[in-house]
Design a protein around this ligand. Sequence first.
Ligand SMILES: Cc1cc2nc3c(=O)[nH]c(=O)nc-3n(C[C@H](O)[C@H](O)[C@H](O)COP(=O)(O)OP(=O)(O)OC[C@H]3O[C@@H](n4cnc5c(N)ncnc54)[C@H](O)[C@@H]3O)c2cc1C
Length: 584
Amino acid sequence: MDHKLLGLGLGPDNGNELDRLLASFPDQDAESVRSWLPGRGGSGTNPMAMLENLAAAGDDFVKPDENDPRAIRRIGVIGGGTAGYFTALALKAKRPWLDVTLMESKQIPIIGVGEATVSYVTLFLHHYLGIDPEELYRRVRPTWKLGIKFDWGPHPDGFMGPFDWSGDAVGMLGSIATTGNINGATLGSAMMEADRAAVYDVGGAPLSLMKYLPFAYHLDNGLLVSFLAELAQRRGIHHVEATLEDVVLSGDDWVERIRTTDGRDLSFDLYVDCTGFRSRLLGQALKTPYNSFGSSLFTDSAVTGNIEHGGHIKPYTQATTMNAGWCWRIPTRDSDHRGYVYSSSAISDDEAAHELATRFPGISDPRVVRFRSGRYEKAWRGNVIGIGNSYAFVEPLESTGLVMIAVEAQTLVATLPASWDAPQVRDTVNAGLAQQWDAIRWLLAIHYRYNTRLNTPFWKECVATADVSGFQPLLDVFAGGAPLTRRNVLVQDLLNRIAPTFFGLFGIDYLLLGQQVPTRLLPMNEPVEKWHARKRAADVLVGRSMPTRQALEAFDAFPELNRQLLEDEDSWAGPAIARRVGLG
Ligand SMILES: Cc1cc2nc3c(=O)[nH]c(=O)nc-3n(C[C@H](O)[C@H](O)[C@H](O)COP(=O)(O)OP(=O)(O)OC[C@H]3O[C@@H](n4cnc5c(N)ncnc54)[C@H](O)[C@@H]3O)c2cc1C
């Protein structure tokens, strides 16, 4: 438990014990204490300020010494997908003295599938990378995601996983008691059900409450990467168009130089492997062992396509159970991206494409993408670090791809020493990133283990055998009483220590209660009428809000709405939260 929490919520109290003590001191002594711990409005003291934390965290980056032959100055980022550009831009934004070069191959395309993100990425793009929202809206044309709608589990309506889940502001237990599902737990869920966003027309002008409703972007990968490439050029990142052919080592885990197919030799102090699934440096050259997640996650392929939405933009990502996997829907401004993630040992590519086309008539020509789920044992070895798919990957069931790239890039920025002779923290970074990826593995595995919606051979096998062992402690506690977030504080603390969850215990509650995994529901601590009253109030806010497309157009037309979202101190996406999570 964080002892700093002990002081939270305790306000100054004029006429407190310290004031009484100071009254007994000589004036000069009393005044020196009062000027250290002034009370509100200048009268009396605020003794709680004795607990104030002046040692606020900052960056502790050390600039390389000009005379140090082992200084780390020249960074080679190999690969120009999201991972390459996020990393290059992050390094340049926070350590502008670095000489950053990004190399990419015209012959090898980026993954380029539509991408759903999480709210953290919104903060990362604007606060950490310093991307102007007006420019992002103009160039990438994002849509909003208030959460994920799962067509999953036994309830015919499925369930919502909204981003305002940690609030439980309408009430999860009231929702379950009244409707049999969790969809009435938050305002975000209610907006999702109604296909609306919290923007209002007040006297002909838009008024936004989106700063109180966490959301993420849906970003078209192709548009995003070409925008990032232009930004990188403007920010002084060198660009080399070449295909890596060979990696010359000078030790087990040290890259001396790389050779391109057109005969160039390039050398850097640090090599960031962003070559996607090929993992040319970390995997192929250094032969780093690979940990497969295959016993938990059985899928290895996706067939993708676009489908018209006729202007009806959903404010969420959708995940629909399919015969041998699931299908995403990611809305863009012009159409919905669809992708059926399946196991090639359960059905063929043609069968998958046929099922997709039958279920969603009108879908464009399908494209098949292969992947594998797992991570390399280490992300960072010697002077090579893998970021993005070159290090780890899981299917996009919880939209964890981009957020993990952001986390990996930030981790590199935060820990890169100024010199190879300085103390090294590779082991710490490797352990920290591995722990986060493993938590994602278990998080996804419980989507498979408990989804009883279809009884096909694929789903029977998932329910019978998907390995969820990393989350067994959570599952054991859940079976004895839920929601986990209403359990005893020490029980929650214990779980957070032994089974870190990536999205927190709220996320686990949504997934397990949404799939109706058996448990003993904890009693409500209020009459159910109170839930009804809050739900009615939430429905009022939903009923008067705009359909998503109209709300997005209001943000396009009125840039001050984005400024309010990103600059107001009372916004979930404002500077205060950004600072708190290390993105300010
Ligand atoms: C089916 C699918 C759906 C996904 N959906 C989502 C989602 O909804 N949300 C989400 O957050 N993430 C999602 N992802 C993950 C996401 O697409 C990737 O993690 C992300 O785009 C990063 O990819 P990357 O940059 O690591 O690799 P890539 O995009 O593959 O880029 C690799 C780069 O390396 C370069 N390269 C490779 N070899 C060489 C070489 N020899 N020489 C020079 N250059 C080379 C290529 O030219 C390219 O520029 C999804 C992934 C898949 C497979």
